[in-house]
Design a protein around this ligand. Structure first.
Ligand code: PAF
Length: 287
């Protein structure tokens, strides 16, 4: 069984030993209930490091009031077994006191400006403060050389990139491709909340993202593309938060923009909120 550590001193001692031996250390931060998307991040980290640590911590500071902190799925035994099969070397499973010695409400916070003010940040106030706060702690605790995050959480990746650069963490960030079910639904721990009918409707997000890409590439106005996507999702039973096209820096593209873009959707099916995105280019050379 994979070695599991719940004490910061023991984590530090193990990582220090690896580093003394000249080994590169990778980190995959997670909130558990792991699926193939997480395991692909472990494999990605493995390709860039000699030892891989995965953390499992359901972080209270990134959940808002009324969000799903209490019901967030916790599956520690399955996670440990899956991490071992994926080639992970160590599971860091901190109790809340190890992550927040003065309690989550008294934690020193890391607040990333700019990129957190839109999309998920605008709809989930405080969410990215919680993410940046816990990820900075994980970086200090594990002191990895590389850390892997999924592209499905597009804005989270942008927030972590900003933080790493601004706070000069000596860590190389790796971005893992979104792993999908056979019908296109992006893997997510929250998919298990979906009823059978909702699960059948959920891949419409992926199809809509592709339709958005085709619309933009065909020269349709962005606003038309976005309105068409929102209508399409609403017709499939979604309560749409946003269906938009942005530049890779999450700015609104100027009319006639050519180059890298990302289509992003956040929408609710019943009480389950799903997010997904598709990065693409509408460069004149078709690349
Ligand atoms: O993406 C997640 O699972 C979480 O936001 C993270 C990065 C582990 C921080 O709690």
């Amino acid at each position: 069984m994979i070695k599991t550590v719940g004490q910061l001193g023991e984590l530090r001692a193990r990582v220090a030993r690896w580093k003394r031996d000249g080994l590169r250390v990778g980190l995959v931060p997670t909130m558990g209930n792991l699926h193939a998307g997480h395991y692909s991040l472990v494999e990605l980290a493995r390709r860039h490091a000699d030892r891989v640590v995965a953390s499992v911590f359901v972080n209270p500071t990134q959940f808002g009031p009324g969000e799903d902190f209490d019901r967030y799925p916790r599956t520690p035994d399955e996670d440990a077994a899956g991490l071992e099969s994926a080639g992970c070397d160590l599971l860091w499973l901190p109790p809340v006191e190890a992550m927040y010695p003065f309690g989550p409400g008294n934690a020193v916070q890391v607040r990333v400006p700019g990129v957190t003010g839109v999309l998920e940040g605008a709809r989930r106030p405080g969410h990215f403060d919680g993410v940046a706060t816990v990820v900075s702690r994980l970086f200090n605790q594990v002191q990895p050389d590389v850390a892997a995050f999924g592209r499905k959480d597009y804005q989270q990746l942008a927030v972590v990139r900003y933080m790493v650069r601004d706070l000069a963490f000596p860590i190389e960030l790796l971005a893992g491709e979104t792993v999908r079910e056979a019908d296109g639904l992006a893997m997510s721990s929250r998919n298990r909340y979906l009823s059978p009918a909702e699960r059948a409707a959920a891949p419409e997000i992926h199809r809509t993202l592709h339709a958005m890409r085709e619309g933009v590439r065909a020269g349709q106005a962005m606003r038309e593309v976005e309105a068409g996507a929102a209508e399409r999702l609403a017709a499939a039973g979604f309560d749409v938060d946003y269906a938009i096209v942005r530049t890779h820096e999450l700015a609104e593209p100027v009319p006639g923009h050519r180059g890298d873009l990302v289509a992003l959707v956040a929408a609710r099916l019943g009480s389950t909120r799903l997010i997904d995105n598709l990065e693409f280019s509408n460069a004149a050379d078709g690349s």
